[in-house]
Design a protein around this ligand. Structure first.
Ligand code: IMP
Ligand code: MG
Length: 194
């Protein structure tokens, strides 16, 4: 049991780099379960393929899959990362393409966070050209204030303010993905690197 003022999830090796907890592990789990139910209803009776964008989406995908009860398959795609910067270059490179064709299938793209929108704008164009039966997007997080390109997002877990967030799959410089919550990274951490 913890005192009311304690932040029980702010423990562990990275706690000194976290400014604040934005979304707790419990809040994430509740929301992911809700998203699973909506996906069940929307895709009932359809050939559903979840496509996760590596690496940030893997933890969200792992929980989301288990919140979905209809049969489905998964595939993975990797795009270029930010390197050690906290800003998107706007240039998207495919590092690893899908294993399977998506023609005629109902595709749900699973993303960790939409920031400028460049990554998803590019991927939507790429996938539409492969003629799926449908193509929708589910993102755990959205930073609407940073959008540079319009994106049609079907489901969003949470809207977040314009801060660099880490945890639950999201990294800075490949670290912090294992935090069970979504937290704000202390600016001095990225200012010291980038
Ligand atoms: P976009 O192309 O600018 O929309 O960037 C999308 C990608 O940038 C996401 O899939 C993340 O991998 C990464 N990203 C954007 N904002 C953050 C953040 O606050 N924390 C960690 N990664 C982020
Ligand atoms: Mg990503």
């Amino acid at each position: 049991m913890t005192e009311e003022n304690d932040v029980p999830c702010l423990e562990g090796p990275f706690s000194q780099d976290v400014e604040s907890v934005l979304i707790s592990a419990d809040e994430i789990q509740d929301r992911v379960r809700g998203l699973g139910r909506r996906i069940d209803e929307h895709f009932a009776g359809k050939d559903l393929l979840l496509i996760a964008v590596l690496k940030g989406s893997v933890i969200f995908l792992a929980d989301l899959m288990r919140a979905i009860s209809i049969p489905h398959e998964v595939d993975f795609l990797a795009t270029s990362s930010y390197g050690v910067s906290t800003r998107s270059s706007g240039i998207v490179r495919i590092l690893k393409d899908l294993n399977e064709p998506i023609e005629g299938r109902h595709v749900l793209l699973v993303e960790d966070i939409i920031d400028s929108g460049h990554t998803l704008a590019y991927l939507s164009r790429l996938f539409r050209a492969r003629n799926p039966a449908s193509l929708e997007i589910v993102t755990l997080l959205d930073k609407p204030s940073r959008r540079e390109v319009d994106i049609d997002v079907f489901w969003t877990g949470f809207s977040v303010p314009n801060e660099f967030v880490i945890g639950y799959g999201l990294d800075f410089n490949q670290r912090y993905r294992n935090l069970p919550f979504i937290g704000v990274l202390k600016p001095e951490v990225y200012e010291s690197i980038s």
